[in-house]
Design a protein around this ligand. Sequence first.
Ligand SMILES: C[S@@+](CC[C@H](N)C(=O)[O-])C[C@H]1O[C@@H](n2cnc3c(N)ncnc32)[C@H](O)[C@@H]1O
Length: 265
Amino acid sequence: MEAPATFTGTGEYERSFNPRDYLSEYYRLSDGQGRPNAFLMQNLRSLAKVFALEGLGGDTLLDVGCGPTIYQLLSACERFQEIVAMDYTPQNRRELESWLRNEPGAFNWQPVVQYVCELEGDRGKWAEKEEKLRGKVKRVLKCNVTKANPAAPVSLPPADCVLSTYCLEAACPDLPAFRRALRSIGGLARPGGHLVLLTSLGTTYYGIGEQVFSCLRLEEAAVLEAVEGAGFEVRFTQLQPYPAGIGRTDMQATLVLAARRRGTA
Ligand SMILES: C[S@@+](CC[C@H](N)C(=O)[O-])C[C@H]1O[C@@H](n2cnc3c(N)ncnc32)[C@H](O)[C@@H]1O
């Protein structure tokens, strides 16, 4: 498998991104042989650590490029009162809404929720956490991170935190576009508000079933520079090597980052 000849844009996401295949390839806690998903587990541990940082909390959190997933919100929902989830692709928003409505046939996140509850000290609280998260996600909106107002035509009040996991590098074909998108999504946070990013490094593609999607090949220094350039002060970083055996991708590592928007409200 190799990167597509031309960068996959929003059209390809709308036509070809299959949320169920994506979830079963990357987001099951263990595979058919019971082997643990080290990629997912290390992301969950990092998110637990980030959302336990001093001062990282508030009323509103925006999850930009949420995809069909909820793993990124499991620690966050303990620190924020209201969550707005946003993604370009309609089938991803529908998949997320299906879990939020607890519909039969929705993806089973229970093992993942149990794992996070165990990290937080009580595995038995998984059902309570699922209900808490369902209650806190107030809206699921369309967004486009390549637009100056990613939530247009909706105008959102400045948020206490913007979270984005593995989205910008999938949406931006080059570094100038990545920098612009960071400025746009960063502008959704209030001065003094937070930015939490999980960004894949060294990646040119990721596969889902037969489909292959492009990824902007990033290095840590370029991401840090873009975050600072978007008006944020970096407070926390962690580099995680990509464990072999999960999905089909040439991802090298994940950069986990928390930053604070300069200025005061
Ligand atoms: C690799 S998935 C990441 C999904 C999820 N955040 C996660 O952590 O697994 C990339 C996501 O970016 C979304 N996306 C692609 N282009 C976008 C754009 N221009 N604006 C907003 N979202 C976009 C896709 O629909 C997809 O859900």
